[in-house]
Design a protein around this ligand. Structure first.
Ligand code: GLY
Length: 425
């Protein structure tokens, strides 16, 4: 098979690396990729948002499967465009990607199909006064979310009315999230521990990959601003077999059935962001693609042929036996640029990337190459990941931190408490 992966982050490095191990693979391209993906395939210097150039490339290279990593091209309908031209695509249609593109769509879906989640209300920007009246009556803390895409940053937890009023003002009047904040969703705050589940689906059948837990805040002990994710581990002990079975039966199955009934068949990876509450698992959010950095810890734990799984989803005949999890665990610590998730500088040389340790994978996320040097080129720069054959998160965590301590670039920042929650259970 000739495969094209679209994207350039740590998630796409993880997808490309896993696909590169498939016996079905003839040729792997990554568009546009990064210096990490270049080690496992051929990077293609085309901006995938130029649909016509992407299409021409797929025709010229006789691509058998296109795997779309990020949400933006999915929401913009790249998969529909390529499918209409006869290509096989892993990833949902633009219509089905609404499940991530608009939080209000997802919340209404959950309400209609009795999928466990928090209570909510939604307001347009011209309903400023109504939103404030609602916030005077609601309980605290509450969660205010920009309705549209905001790279994981559009979620504000408000402890009281003053904070909530400030948040609404910032979103509606100051437009801090641009048009993504033309509408807000106000949600009841859920107590519990978060976890992520990836369900690979052809729209009807699905399989769940090993559970994981992300660390969304910039600071240790979950403090400071939200980020795209500062580290992850898999499997997450909070997702017991009993919880997983509830997630499958009460959340994933009704979500896929509901999407079908709404004429939004969902294929690809349904990412379910969960809160494991005392009343069981509830949905925090859906995403229409693999998570980043969760993918970096989940994929190395899979045995079998991952490409076979992706292809089977794309052609609508899911092969539930293509991959399985036996044992093992992984911990990923993200090395970020000083200042992230706000503004940061780029272009610093990265040292210490030459480890030969077979248990360490250094995923490239925001990197670039110049004069044979690897330099920083983003907020989240690397995902330093330890993968063990046995499920010993303490050992994996120690290994990941040993490895990240060998790496250096100016202003490098990382959280010190990745996977601590799992050890404290
Ligand atoms: N790690 C969070 C996300 O991928 O949205």
């Amino acid at each position: 098979m000739r495969v094209l992966v679209i994207g350039s982050g740590g998630r796409e490095h993880a997808l490309a690396l896993k696909i590169s191990k498939s016996s079905l693979l003839d040729m792997l391209f990554i568009m546009p990729g990064n210096p990490g993906t270049k080690q496992v395939g051929e990077n293609v210097k085309i901006n995938p948002s130029h649909g016509d150039k992407t299409l021409q490339f797929c025709k010229d290279e006789r691509i058998d499967l296109i795997v779309i990593g990020p949400e933006q091209p999915l929401v913009e309908g790249l998969s529909d465009y390529l499918r209409n031209e006869g290509f096989k695509v892993f990833g949902p249609s633009g219509k089905a990607a609404e499940i991530e593109a608009h939080k209000s769509f997802a919340k209404r879906l959950m309400k209609k199909y009795n999928i466990p989640t928090s209570d909510f209300a939604e307001f347009q920007s011209d309903e400023y006064d109504n939103a404030l009246s609602y916030l005077k009556e609601t309980g605290y803390p509450c969660v205010i979310k920009a309705d549209g895409l905001a790279a994981g940053k559009g979620v504000l937890i408000c402890k009281n009315f003053d904070q909530a009023e400030k948040a609404v003002k910032e979103i509606f009047l100051d437009k801090v999230f641009g048009s993504s904040g033309d509408k807000i969703v106000i949600e009841e705050f859920m107590e519990g521990e978060e976890a992520s589940i990836f369900a690979i689906t052809d729209g009807t059948d699905f399989i769940c990959l090993p559970s994981s837990q992300d660390h969304k805040r910039i600071g240790n002990k979950d403090t400071g601003k939200n980020t795209g994710g500062m580290g992850a581990y898999s499997p997450a002990p909070v997702v017991t077999n009993e919880i997983l079975s509830q997630v499958e039966n009460k959340i994933i199955k009704p979500t896929l059935d509901g999407m079908n009934k709404e004429d939004c068949l969902f294929t690809g990876c349904l990412y379910v962001g969960l809160m494991i509450t005392k009343d069981g698992p509830k949905v925090v959010e859906y995403n229409c693609r693999f998570g980043d950095p969760e993918t970096q810890v989940v994929l190395p734990l899979l045995k079998g042929d991952f490409l076979k799984l992706l292809y089977s989803s794309a052609v609508g005949e899911l092969d539930k036996n293509a991959v399985h999890y036996e044992d093992g665990c992984a911990v990923c610590v993200v090395a970020a640029s000083k200042g992230y998730p706000d503004s940061y500088q780029k272009g610093f040389e990265i040292a210490g990337l030459d480890s030969n340790d077979k248990k360490i994978i250094v995923y490239h996320a925001g990197t670039d190459e110049t004069d044979d040097k690897i330099i920083t080129n983003g907020g989240r720069v690397l995902g330093v990941t330890a993968v063990l054959a046995e499920n010993d998160l303490r050992k994996a965590r120690n290994k990941a931190y040993e490895a990240i301590n060998e790496i250096h670039f100016e202003g490098m920042y990382f959280r010190k408490d990745i996977a601590v929650k799992a050890l404290n259970r």
